[in-house]
Design a protein around this ligand. Sequence first.
Ligand code: GDP
Ligand code: MN
Length: 379
Amino acid sequence: MKLHEYQSKLIFAQHGIPIPKGRVATNAAEAKGFAQELGRRVVVKAQVLVGGRGKAGGIRLASSPEEAEEVATQILAMHIKGLPVRKVLVDEAADIQAEIYLGITNDRASRCAVMISSAEGGVEVEEVARSDPEKIVRILIDPMLGLRDYQVRDLAATIELHHDLWRDLAGIARGLYEAFVDCDASLAEINPLVIMKDGRLVALDGKMVLDDNALFRHPDLVELRDVDEEAPAEREARKFGLSYVKLDGNIGCMVNGAGLAMATMDIITLFGGEPANFLDIGGGAGSEKVAAALELILQDRNVKAVLFNIFGGITRCDEVARGILMALEEVKPKVPMIVRLVGTNEEEGRNLLAAAKMITAVTLEDAVRKAVTAAGEAS
Ligand code: GDP
Ligand code: MN
């Protein structure tokens, strides 16, 4: 689950990280009022759950309340990367001397959190990572020891931060790590962490991604979810307890079990196709869940064929077949559908589907070949 900039920065502030003064507005008049309250130059910032808002024109400076109202009107009318802007953050504007990057994420290979930093932060940090990877510092954080002071000093020295700011950076780094751990985040990022003209360090932008699998122990954070800003497919998937990730290919996949789903995607790729999604319907999925999953797959206009790969264990093949039939009544798909059903009650499942003009297969290889061919013919 992604948090908005303003939500992330409030969490950072609770952990002692300095942030600009500001408030969130849902309309231009409110933005004007907040700019008036701040009584100085402000920055009006689109609150959408994607990066690159600055480059898209979603971050604008305003020198008067009237101008804040005007730019807020413009920003609130925007879509950024397809997402509508429904809120703007009105922050006091910063006089920036330099922009640093500071973030924490998980490094799965070393089974640690990793703190990443660069003296060249800001909107071009990805470009820096590509062209000058040596300008990006990485520090592994031992989960038993936590972030050590010497590590932060090391980091400060490597990014050649002025010595006067080391103590402040240490506080911010510690706060960021605390926020990361306390919230069960998979990402906590400040970009840019700015050195102001008056010498202070301030977190100008904030981003947090929380681990969905840990949300059950954070009821307060679950409330921060902004359903308006989620892709409709993701919302639907969550409602039915499906793990769904949209991808760019044209073969829709419905699989039970995350491992089997990944293997299915690999095999599709191996045979020259491209999966349109990852979808795990989970163990014991009943027919309603299957129907919801099929609708989700077919909502994607790129999908030219659907491959069902069901290993019936706890999930019974006849239940899945019934779900497919139920969904077919509602969605009337025009694309070919290939089914591989094996395991508990497979015979009954296959019989149910035989009537519905579905292409059946017994081995995964056979099923994938048929799906790749069908998708190829359709596009
Ligand atoms: P992002 O594009 O979504 O990452 O949004 P950011 O909040 O990081 O803003 C993008 C860029 O806009 C920053 O890197 C700054 O260069 C600039 N910016 C943001 N806020 C201010 C501000 O208060 N004053 C000035 N001068 N520039 C700002
Ligand atoms: Mn940013």
